[in-house]
Design a protein around this ligand. Sequence first.
Ligand SMILES: *[C@@H]1O[C@H](CO)[C@@H](O)[C@H](O)[C@H]1NC(C)=O
Ligand SMILES: *[C@@H]1O[C@H](CO)[C@@H](O)[C@H](O)[C@H]1NC(C)=O
Length: 318
Amino acid sequence: MASRAPLFLLVICFCCCSGHAKSFIKVVCDTTITGQVAHQSMLTCKVETTQEIPDLNIAVVVWKKPGDDQFLSALDRRPDKKNKFPPGYKVTLNDRTVSLVITDPKVKDEGVYSCLVMTDSGNAETTTYFKVTAKYEAPSVDSIDEKVVPNAHKSLICKATGGYPLGKLRWFDDKNTEWTKSAEPTIVNQTEDGLLEISSKLPLMKLSTSDEYICVVYNASDGKEGSAKIRTDDPDYDPSIQNPSKTSLSAIIAPVLVIGSLIVGLLLALLICRRRSQQQNRRPSTAPLMGTHDMVPNTDQVIDPPPPYCEEFKDNMA
Ligand SMILES: *[C@@H]1O[C@H](CO)[C@@H](O)[C@H](O)[C@H]1NC(C)=O
Ligand SMILES: *[C@@H]1O[C@H](CO)[C@@H](O)[C@H](O)[C@H]1NC(C)=O
C-alpha cells in the first residue's frame, strides 16, 4: 500500500499538468480485448508519437480499472524505483508496447481498463474494454414427473453450468425438429465466481411423438458448446451401463434355465420309471391304474408296457 502513495501523487500531477503541456504521444489500444476465464490474458496497447521521437523514454505505465476506481498495477522505470506488482496483474513494457498481464481472469475482471503512459515527451491515457468469456460445461438432461403444467405428464430439464456471458439452451427431437418454443423461459443463476448456470424446462404432452430429445447449449455468439440426449421411453436409459448388464444377465439366465429344466426332466423321468416298475411288480392285473389310466378299462402289462426309454435310463443310472 505504501508504494501506491507516490504513484497517486504522480497520477494527480499528471491530471493537473496534462492540460498545460502539449503531448506528442498517444496510447492506442483495441477497443475490446477478449479473454477466457482461467486462461492468462494480456491487454496490449501501443505508444505512438505524433512526430518522430527516436529516443522516446517511457518512464511510467499505470493500468487502472476506472469503473471500480481501482488502481491495478504500475511499472515505474525512473531511477531508484522498485516495482512490485499486485498478485495476478503485471505490467510489461517491450519497446513501445505496454501490456497488462492478467494471470487468472475472472468474471469480475470484465470491464473498462485505462492505460496511462508517462514519457519524457508528454503523457497520454486511453481505455480499452476487457471482455471475459467462459465455455459452458456439457449440459445435463433429466426427466421429472410433471404435476404443474396441464396435459403434460413429464418434463425434461436441461442444465448447463460454468459459462459466461449468457448463453442459450435449445431443444430438438430425434428428427431435428426444434421444440425450444414449447419450453419455459430459461432460468439463470449466477454463482459466486460470476459464472452462469442456465436451465430450461420442456414439458412433454401425453401424445408427444419423439422418444428422444436433445438439449444443446450455445454461447453468447451462437456457437454450439455442447449437447445432451435423453430418451423419454426410458428416462434412466444409459447405454453405457444398461446394455452390458442386460447381456450378462441373459448370459447367466439362459444356461440356468436349460440346465434347470434338464435336471427337472431327468428327475421326472426317474420318478416315472420308478413308479412304473413298482406298479409292474405289485399290481394285480385287475387293479385300476392311477391318473388317466383310470379310464382304461382293462389294463394289462402287455397292452401297457413301460416305455422303452425307461429301461435304458435305469441302465444308465445304475
Ligand atoms: C437457481 O437457484 C435456485 C435457488 O437457489 C435453484 O433452485 C435452481 O436449481 C438454480 N438453477 C440452476 C439453473 O442452477
Ligand atoms: C462461441 O463459440 C464459438 C465457437 O466455438 C467461438 O468461436 C466463440 O468465440 C464463442 N464465443 C463466446 C462469447 O464464448
